[in-house]
Design a protein around this ligand. Structure first.
Ligand code: G3P
Length: 218
């Protein structure tokens, strides 16, 4: 399973990259706003800075909600760097934009996926990735992981190439469950990735190894 980091924070992206397990980055307008990035030129510059840190795909979201606007913004984003994946919302004009970009060989990530039907539509339109928001489904007492399983079954039934990118991942259990049910990618915060490191028996085991070594090497 590929690990993407879901942030626009350059320091965190660099830290995940340095860990050696990072496969890409996802952003969205809320994450850009959180970093105080505003104005078209600054936004484009920031995406370029992210592309310069990572080796894999970098999802950059369009703001327009009409077909022409999405195409205009998406083409401008795609020109920035070959790592850019144009992120398109799951709306009617978004489906048309997915088809357009897929025919032009530009990678897309269809965002705000909350149902298997939406994921099926995005795959049929040629999306490179679909982003089901599992944390936000869990928040309203729907099972986010069950949705990933459902999409996995549908995509496998018909051999769709679209990759399932589990988004709105909040914690290490989300990551493990995504891997169990065969998500292609998960995107989450650095804290969830680093939490995978932790086990009390690892800590106590290491402390004992070091103490025993110190005793005989004093
Ligand atoms: O990738 C989508 C993600 O940024 C949404 O996460 O935690 O705001 O639901 P969250």
């Amino acid at each position: 399973m590929k690990f993407f980091i879901d942030t626009a924070n350059l320091k965190e992206i660099q830290e995940a990259q340095d860990l050696g397990v990072l496969d890409g980055v996802t952003t969205n307008p809320s994450l850009m706003a959180k970093e105080g990035i505003s104005g078209k030129n600054n936004v484009l510059k920031h995406y370029k800075a992210i592309c310069d840190i990572v080796e894999g795909d970098v999802s950059a979201e369009v703001i327009a909600t009409d077909f022409e606007g999405m195409i205009r913004e998406g083409e401008e984003l795609a020109e920035l760097d070959e790592k850019i994946v144009v992120k398109i919302p799951m709306i009617k004009d978004g489906v048309k934009a997915l088809k357009y970009f897929s025919e032009k060989g530009i990678k897309t990530n269809c965002t705000l996926i909350f149902s298997a039907g939406q994921a099926l539509l995005a795959a049929k339109a040629g999306a490179s990735y679909v982003s089901p928001f599992i944390g936000r489904l869990d928040d309203i007492s729907f099972d986010g992981i069950q949705l990933i399983e459902q999409i996995r079954t549908i995509y496998d039934n018909y051999g769709f190439d679209t990759e399932i990118l589990a988004a709105s991942v909040r914690n290490p259990i989300h990551i493990i469950r995504c891997a169990e049910v065969g998500s292609d990618v998960m995107t989450g915060p650095l804290s969830a990735m680093l939490a995978l490191l932790n086990h009390p028996l690892t800590d106590s085991g290491l402390a004992k190894f070091l103490a025993d070594h110190a005793k005989t090497n004093a």
